[in-house]
Design a protein around this ligand. Sequence first.
Ligand code: GUN
Ligand code: ZN
Length: 436
Amino acid sequence: MTTRLLRARLLSFLRRPDSVDDRGSYRYEEDGGLLIEDGKIAAAGSYANVAALAPADVETVDHRPFLILPGLIDTHLHFPQMQVVGSYAANLLEWLNTYTFPEECRFVERAHSERIATHFYDEMIRHGTTTAVAYCSVHKASADAYFAEALKRGMCMVGGKVMMDRNAPQGLLDTAQMGYDETRAVIEEWHGKGRNHVAITPRFAITSTPAQMEATATLAREFPDLHIQTHLSENHDEISFTLDLYPEAVDYTDVYARYGLLGRKSLFGHCIHLSDREADAMSETGAVAVHCPTSNLFLGSGLFPLKALARREKGVRMGVATDVGGGTSYSMLKTMDEAYKIQQLLGERLNPFESFYHMTLGNAEALSLAHCIGTLEPGTDADLVVLDASATPAMALKMEVVRSLTEELFLLQTMGDDRAIHETYVAGAPMKSALT
Ligand code: GUN
Ligand code: ZN
């Protein structure tokens, strides 16, 4: 049994903070102790109290003056797009056709999929991300590589073989039947193995025929506990092309609703341009809108109305994500920096506590996984990030005048990136310092 005692400042959320003064929304321990046993948090609290519970010969790691939070969670990105990041395109559809689809064709090769999977998990660890939700490519080999590497590293990962059978190059198309069969094969091989979760993954309505959407509907009925992920309402040309392809639908959200794809395990990337009717359909079904700020700015897709959606009578459930390679950074800190700026442009405020809530408990709730990740609660998995707000000379200089936790979090979000991640623990094991 591996037992470890960590000493640092601790921050963990209990619910979404309403304001910077919402002290009841989080637990903060100035001199904190975290006892880890067999990959899980055994106790968390003041160092004095937790140290008293630890065995005499426990290995103690002193992370003072750093800040320990639950590991960061990224609820939408594309594992086969690591070499697409920073591709010069005018908009979403041009970016997909010119750069992204050709690149994803390479994942038919097992060796290429495995090589990129190694880099992918290295970047997750480097950036403090301990759980991510990824689209693989259409090829089963890409999903195999993705889940095999997660298993090797003991990480809690969600992912899916993409289903797409039209409007893309031949090398990137399955068929309705193949998409169904291979998704079932991925579920049987990987779901529940280690900490892996398989998601049903139709790319978006444009790249699936009605026959393939029927196949996703069948999968959703056969595996009601699985996550479903797709894209929704990202770009105006995408929306009008979708409505041409599905003329019977009243709007884009209705395309997915008609196939029974709206529910509490459904993750919809982007959701920038939803009508009131669509937002209502999302809240009524508990479907999750996943905000991808660096991608939305990079592709010029639009400004996600995060605050307006949260304020609705029945709020829309929400996640935040990098969307690499439309997104430009693996860092959830950078992601929330850009999310903040988008709200500024909309005349709204996103407070730093809210940002860190979203990266941790908020995203765990969006995935319905808060019982095992996203907090420092005893009994949950010991996936942790150790943050250093003085990681660079410029950050250290700014830290000289920082007077509160609010200011420190805001500095981390505004100036931080992978350099601010001092250590990343996965199931209690230090992973970042172990990277070669
Ligand atoms: N819509 C369909 N596929 C994609 C993708 O790979 N990235 C983004 N940002 N949007 C999409
Ligand atoms: Zn995406």
